[in-house]
Design a protein around this ligand. Structure first.
Ligand SMILES: C[S@@+](CC[C@H](N)C(=O)[O-])C[C@H]1O[C@@H](n2cnc3c(N)ncnc32)[C@H](O)[C@@H]1O
Length: 521
């Protein structure tokens, strides 16, 4: 959450919201929402003022952009849906133009990410526990709170349009409650509210959790992760803030197959961390022919670095690349597999991409379709069996195991509220078995990369230590140096032992962890 009182540039609010008549108007029910050329709703009164009319006299129809955001929040809460999948479908269904789509995106993602903060504030404005509210009412309140506290939406528009939305889709009774509660919210700015709801609070975890909208257990887990990887505990604030930034879209051109030219011509900029990457601040990437062809792909730079390090790391003996066999043990949905397959294609190697879930194995095949078929194959099966079925067979193995995803919270706005501490404990045995299978599957002299998109020691360093403990035939390689070798000079291993840990607040990547284990020749 931005606490400065200034609007967070990432929380741009109305910039992309707007009109469909080519001017500055979009349908807003009983009235219309007027947005300026930049999509900001035009303020016809003081910034924090709002209509004095009674709810019954105000708008009765839902502004389409807000309706989309409401439907996204409802699907996430009631159907366990993923916002990043529901949102594009709702935008298409309601035929939002570009500005309204941007507004709906900022509103839904911002309200979902900020839920913990907004709930703490709303709890101070409602005369009963939030759990006793109709969940649809609570979602409408969260949308209203985000507009009032973090978007450049005039207070009267935020209030009138949210009440109008509630009236249209929930009912007249609840809309009066929503009107009354949101009026209370307008009384303070976000920094003032945070000071108010945290007055007298001394528990720093609780303070960080409310200020930066993360569950308390995740604040503790991330702080523990920083310390475990040699970072100062007080970096937690920067890490939590980085989780709340809308991530820049990273692109990769598949080596030998794709090109970034089109993306760069359309406003993307070259990625500073790794060759063949670009950063795009938005736009319709689906329009780019290279993206449609699958030779240029959306992929976090951390994942790109990991895949490139796996392909480049020095093997123990007979380390020539030609004819090598590579394995991606947990490949779905195929992001790293696509880059690995392209690198294998260039190196004369072949990649086996394994994934147990049939629908995800299909996604892997789709992701690999742009790479010549001679370079890859897909196996649908349990990775735990591969070590026994094909022992000592592979030169390079990527074990990108299922994990809590604590390092990729910025990508899925709702995920932090869905995770539980049990995820950490329950995945440990599977992670250990998969790493054991990967080690069995690699040949003497070959290398296993153990990778997670979580920095938590329970699923990173602890799993690796257990795997190598007492094994004279295994050695840990310097994973940070391997990342440095494929980066454009990032000094990515700094501060760690032999394992490598990337961070959103330091590297602007997901918090990927990588250990490289070589089986002695
Ligand atoms: C972190 S994701 C992998 C992401 C992938 N490497 C990419 O870059 O797109 C972990 C994957 O492991 C798969 N998985 C779960 N259980 C598995 C098992 N027993 N064997 C192999 N893979 C498994 C999950 O279905 C999921 O697709």
């Amino acid at each position: 959450m931005s606490e400065s009182g200034r609007r967070n540039p990432a929380n741009h609010g109305g910039r992309d919201g707007g009109s469909r008549d080519g001017g500055n108007r979009s349908q807003g029910g009983g009235g219309t929402v007027r947005r300026d050329a930049k999509g900001r709703e035009r303020n016809r009164g003081p910034q924090r003022g709002f209509s004095a009319s009674a709810p019954s006299q105000r708008t009765r129809r839902a502004d389409p952009a807000r309706l989309v955001a409401f439907e996204v929040l409802r699907a996430v809460a009631a159907e366990d849906a993923y916002a990043n999948l529901v949102l594009p479908a709702r935008i298409r269904h309601h035929r939002l133009d570009k500005r309204d789509a941007g507004f709906a995106t900022e509103l839904s993602y911002g309200a979902l990410r900020g839920q913990g903060t907004y709930d703490a504030i709303l709890a101070a404005c409602v005369d009963r526990p939030l759990a006793k509210l109709d969940p649809a009412v609570l979602d409408a309140l969260r949308l209203g709170a985000h507009q009032l506290l973090a978007m450049r939406v005039p207070a009267h528009a935020a209030l009138d349009q949210t009440v109008g939305l509630a009236r249209a889709v929930i009912g007249a009774g609840p809309s009066s409650l929503i009107n009354a509660v949101l009026r209370k919210v307008t009384a303070r700015t976000l920094p003032e509210w945070l000071d108010h709801v945290l007055a007298g609070e001394t528990d720093t975890t609780r303070i960080d959790a409310v200020r930066h909208a993360h569950p308390e257990w995740i604040v503790r887990a991330l702080r523990q992760s920083l310390v475990a990887h040699g970072r100062p505990a007080d970096e937690i604030t920067e890490l939590l803030e980085a989780d709340n930034e809308a991530p820049v879209v990273n692109l990769v051109a598949l080596p030998g197959l794709g090109s970034l030219e089109e993306a760069l011509e359309n406003g993307a900029t070259p990625g500073p961390l790794v060759a063949g990457s670009a950063l795009s601040s938005g736009g319709d990437l689906g329009r780019l022919s290279s993206v449609r062809a699958g030779t240029t792909r959306v992929q976090d730079v951390g994942s790109q670095l990991v895949a490139r390090a796996v392909a480049a790391v020095e093997l123990g003996s007979s380390g020539e690349q030609a004819g090598e066999k590579w394995l991606d043990l947990c490949a779905g949905p195929g992001g790293k597999a696509a880059l690995l397959a392209a690198l294998a294609n260039e190196a004369g190697a072949s990649l086996l991409a394994n994934e147990p879930a049939p629908h995800r194995a299909k996604l892997v095949s789709q992701a690999l379709a742009a790479v010549p078929g001679s370079a890859w194959s897909v196996r649908t099966g349990d990775g735990r069996d591969l070590g026994k079925e094909q022992p000592g067979s592979f030169d390079r193995v990527l074990a990108d195991v299922p994990c809590s995803g604590l390092g990729a919270l910025r990508r899925r706005p709702e995920s932090r509220w869905r995770r539980t501490p049990k995820d950490l404990a329950e995945l440990g045995p599977l992670q250990r078995e998969l790493l054991g299978s990967a080690i069995d599957a690699v040949r003497p002299g070959g290398v296993v990369a153990y990778v997670t998109c979580s920095p938590h020691p329970a699923e990173t360093t602890a799993v690796v230590s257990d795997a190598v403990a007492g094994r004279e035939d295994l050695e840990l390689l310097d994973a940070g140096a391997a990342l440095d070798a494929v980066s454009l000079g990032g000094n990515l291993g700094a501060g760690n032992e032999l394992t490598a840990q990337l961070w959103p607040h330091l590297h602007r990547t997901d918090a990927m962890f990588m250990a490289l284990i070589r089986k002695k020749a």
